[in-house]
Design a binder for this molecule. Sequence first.
Ligand SMILES: *Cc1c(COP(=O)(O)O)cnc(C)c1O
Length: 425
Amino acid sequence: MWSNSVDKNLRERAEAVIPGGMYGHQSVRLLPDDYPQFFDRASGAYLWDVDGNRYIDFMCGYGPNLFGYGQPDIDAAYIDRMKQGDTMTGPAGLMVDLAEQMTALVTHADWAMFCKNGTDATTMAMMIARNHTRRKTIVLAKGAYHGAAPWCTPLRNGVVPSDRAHQIFYDYNSVESLEAAVREAGDDLAAIFASPIKHDTFVDQEDVDPAYARRARELCDETGALLIVDDVRAGLRLARDCSWARVGIEPDLSSWGKSIANGHPISALLGAEKARAAAATIYATGSYWFSAAPMAASLATLKMVRETDYLEHTQVLGERLRSGLNEAATRHGFALRQTGPAVMPLIMFDDDPGLGKGYLWNDALMKRGVYFHPWHNMFICAAMTEKDIDDTLQASDEAFKIVRDAGSIPPVEKLAVLSKLPNAD
Ligand SMILES: *Cc1c(COP(=O)(O)O)cnc(C)c1O
């Protein structure tokens, strides 16, 4: 039987010593009430909370888990390197191996810089574009996530207008809107930022429209601005290359993180020759950016990227999940909106503006050992099996029944705060 007394107790203690009980993307404040906040253990595709409940984890750590939690080869590389020397007075030689391998894998890239978080990489991308062009304005898609620094964090508390100066927004996938933003930037355009796909929270996901990607490339070529693809979330999940390789467009810079070391802390900025001099002349660094163990883990991850069929395997599983859920939904008289690539699905109910059905369904799945998310894209990891998908479908069947029996469901009250937050863009 599912239970949560240990989690409840930890949450009470956390309220006293951690602001808001928890912060950032891993706070469960905006999830169904009973979602566990604290976890104890993770292995392969599974996660155990502090009460010992096991879940098939479709959040994958919000992205880092690509080959399964604790993947033995990757973790052995990490542990061996840690014993030999990790955070030292200078980098280990394998930093050069990693830069060589990442630039060999990613078509547009001629050089690599390593850092810790995706935010480090997107911030460096912005600085390099401004240094390269000696201009200030960046053009970004409305609602796209690029990290949690003052220039890009989604909430405006603690952010002052000057942190957001020189930014113009466009609608993702709209050539017209992108052109208007570039026109408005005039002769001050430093960069166009683009997510590889539209993977914003709370809204349907969209694959990239090749015409929009092509136009972004042309506009940068015409103006001398740099094109930046933020592949921190989708990188290595859609292609063994930059995600825009799928539409034949090469950015000047791409930011990477999350999956590149299967959960070990490292991120990267990759760039084309043209941006090399600008990259060499910004000052960007961090105490842990040169640590060797995460680099060793990344090398082991890239080896698996090259040598396994993980991409095809996760694709097949994602499609099995998608068609199975559609079939189950139809059987129970529901329609789902399953958007995004099958390997990074966002699943919502049609006709559920207040997300009430979604929350009830997710809660029922969670209590049956399936960790889904009601408004953030999820992930398929390579450690999942057909049986995991089939078990998920079986749990979904019971969860659909619960939603059906509940009749009319009110909007989720706690989500009302979203419209009141001072973050309107
Ligand atoms: C997660 C994410 C970031 C920020 O990465 P952090 O490691 O959390 O700093 C940037 N861009 C995208 C698209 C992301 O998903």
